[in-house]
Design a protein. Structure first.
Length: 303
């Protein structure tokens, strides 16, 4: 769950927790707050596992902590779902990056990015600093569900304009105009949750409408590094991030693969641990079928 400061994330989360409880589902909460003391988690029912990430934002200082906190929730509890409430300053891309960390990718399926937008703030966002304006727009752009909250704070004309303008950034997502984040939980959680199983090729993306997608593909054979690097350069769409464990023809063992801003990096993994070779890609409008086919072929090509 993303959304600028004060947009209504905690209000929404409390509705969703209540609904999940009624459904008998076991949920965990991961909360990230900028301050040193947790405020938001105070409304979470006592028997709900909560992990807190305080004094920093997922998007900058404590991204690594996100995956380790998720790991702790996964290790210690049997959960049907985990809700992450990011700080108002977080970019959904950074949260998604943490959720697809290699240490947890086998146990996590990203279900949805829900962004809460403060209707009045959106309408007046041009008055904000350009960086914050952009963040608010990107939070809405990269969401499966945009909860357009606080519509009681805008007049009808401004509400119409706001809805149209959000649609321009995010034409495919579900747009829910509400007050007090009072959404119909069924609309948000309409897809039945599946405990994630790491299958041969898991399409762990957020929603078919979402631009920002993750793609996961298990590998069975070593790759030719040169062929693989050439292929990375030809990837369709904007691939922001890649990661994984790969075997390479040129050397025994498994390598951690990291890819950001067009530069791949391979680091040898410890021989004491076993790693399942896998590639994870995060990008804008990824063509899953094509990438999957190419990756399967790639395992049989040498330069
Ligand atoms: N007028 C109005 N106030 C609302 C609405 N929804 C939430 N609020 C209030 O807005 C304030 C902020 O709501 P939160 O749910 O704490 O917002 P948040 O996004 O979690 O805030 P941060 O954690 O600071 O980022 C609270 O005082 C809410 O009661 C709404 O639809 N209309």
């Amino acid at each position: 769950m993303s959304g600028f400061l004060g947009s209504g994330k905690s209000t929404l989360l409390s509705h969703l927790i209540e609904y999940e409880k009624q459904q008998g589902r076991r949920i965990g909460i991961l909360m990230n707050e900028l301050g040193e003391v947790s405020i938001d988690s105070s409304f979470v029912p006592e028997n709900t596992p909560v992990q807190e990430m305080l004094n920093g934002c997922i998007c900058c200082s404590i991204q690594g902590e996100l995956s380790s906190k998720l790991y702790q929730l996964l290790e210690n509890y049997e959960l049907d779902a985990i809700y992450i409430e990011a700080t108002g300053a977080a970019h959904p891309m950074d949260v998604l990056d943490g959720c697809t960390h290699l240490s947890i990718i086998a146990g996590v399926k990203v279900k949805a990015i829900i962004t809460v937008v403060d209707a009045k703030l959106w309408h007046n966002r041009s008055e904000m600093k350009p960086r914050l304006n952009k963040l608010i727009e990107e939070q809405a752009k990269y969401a499966d569900v945009v909860v357009l909250n606080k519509i009681d704070t805008v007049v009808e004309d401004d509400f119409e304009q706001t809805s149209v303008s959000i649609r321009e950034f995010n034409p495919g997502g579900l747009l829910l105009p509400v007050t007090n984040a009072a959404i119909d939980p069924l609309l948000v959680l309409s897809t039945k949750h599946n405990q994630s199983i790491f299958t041969e090729h898991t399409e762990s993306h957020v929603d078919r409408h979402l631009h920002l997608r993750t793609f996961t593909q298990q590998l069975f054979r070593p790759l030719d590094r040169i062929v693989f690097e050439k292929w990375l350069k030809t990837l369709p769409g904007r691939v922001f991030r890649g990661k994984g464990f790969v075997q390479l023809n040129e050397a025994p063992g498994v390598f951690m693969f990291q890819y950001a801003y067009g530069e791949p990096m391979f680091t040898r993994c410890s021989l004491n641990k076993s790693y399942q070779p896998v590639i994870v890609l995060i990008g804008d409008e990824l063509d899953h079928e094509r990438i999957r086919e190419q990756l399967l072929e790639l395992q049989y090509i040498v330069h």
